[in-house]
Ligand binder design. Sequence first.
Ligand code: PRE
Length: 358
Amino acid sequence: MAEDKLGPLRRKIDEIDDRILELLNERARVVIEVGHAKAGEQKEFYVPSREQAIYRRLSEKNSGPFPAEAIRSVYREIISACLSLEEPMKVAFLGPQATFTHVAAMQQFGLSARLVPLKSISAVFEEVQRGRAHYGVVPVENSNEGIVSHTLDMFMGSDLKVIAEILLEISHDLLSRSGRLEEVRKVVSHPQALAQCRRWLEENLPEVPLVDVASTALAAQMATEDESAAAIASEMAASFYGLKVVKAKIADNPNNFTRFLVVGRTTPERSGKDKTSIMFSVKDEPGILYRMLEPFSKRQINLSKIESRPLKSKAWEYIFFLDLEGHVADPAVAEAIAELQSYCQFLKVLGSYPKARP
Ligand SMILES: O=C(O)C(=O)C[C@]1(C(=O)O)C=C[C@@H](O)C=C1
C-alpha cells in the first residue's frame, strides 16, 4: 500500500486506540468503586460467574469483523488488570512453571494475577487453606487418562470449596534446542505425555529411547541443557524455556482435554449455568447404589460425573464424588442433596461453580 494511503489509516488507528485507552481507564475507575463497595460488604473480589457472563454477553453481541474467539482473551486481560486494582490476586498452582496447570491458571486469572508454582497438590491446598494464596489451581481429570486421584483425596480432609473449573485442550509439542528431528537422540517427558504420543513416536523416532520425568516442564528444562534431548511439553514451555518446536501437536488422539479445579474458601454466587460437586459415603445396604442416584433422576438433574475412591480409614468402603448440573441455591438441587443425605453416613458439598466452556 502506498505511503500516502497508509499514513491516514494509521492516524485513524491511533485515534481509535486513544479512545479505547480512555474507555479502559473509565472502566478501571468503575471497577475500583466496585472494589470499595465489595470491601464494605465483605464480598469476594473475584467473581468467576460475572466474568463468564461478560465473556458470554460480548461474544454473542459481537458482529465482527473482530474475531469472536479473541473476545475472551482480550477481556481476560482487561478484567485481570482491573481486578488487580481492587485486590492483587495470588494464585497457587501445581508447578513447576510452564506445566499445563500453569497454562490453565493463566487462562483463568490472566497476566495480572500473581501465579505461584508449588511442588504438590497438597501444598496448593495448604497455601489456600492458610490464607497465603487467594485461590489454588489443581488438575482433576484428563479425558484420556481419567481422574487425578490425589486431588479428589485432598477434599477428604479439607474444607476448601471448588469455586471454578477450567477446561484446557492439551496439545503436546516436541521441543528441542535445534528444532531438528534428525538431531533427536532421546525423548523426555511425563509418562502420561509419552503414552499419549506413543504412535507418533513409534512412526517418527522408532529407535530413540524414551525417558520418564516428573513433569512436562521439567522435561523442557532438561532439553535446554542437553541438545540431543527433545521434550514433549506445552507450547508455553517452548517460549518459557526458549526451545524450538520440532513438531507441534504430536498426540495420537487430538481430542485431549484436562479439567482443572480452582479451590478457594467460599462458594460463589449462582450464575445460572452452574455445576455442583459433592462427596459422600453411603450405608452398606441392598439397593443403595440405585437409591443414591434416584433423588437426582426424579428431579431431572443431570449428573455429569461419578467416581468412587477407597475410604482409607476402612477397607472395602468407598467415598463417592458426584458432579451435577445446577447450584446448591437451586431448590431442586438442595432437595435432592438433602434426600441423598438421609442415606449417607457422611456428605459434603465441595462447591457450586460456573460450568466451564472449552
Ligand atoms: O463485577 C465485579 O464484581 C467486579 O469486581 C468487576 C470485574 C470486572 O472487571 O468486570 C472484576 C473482577 C471480577 O472477577 C468480576 C468482574
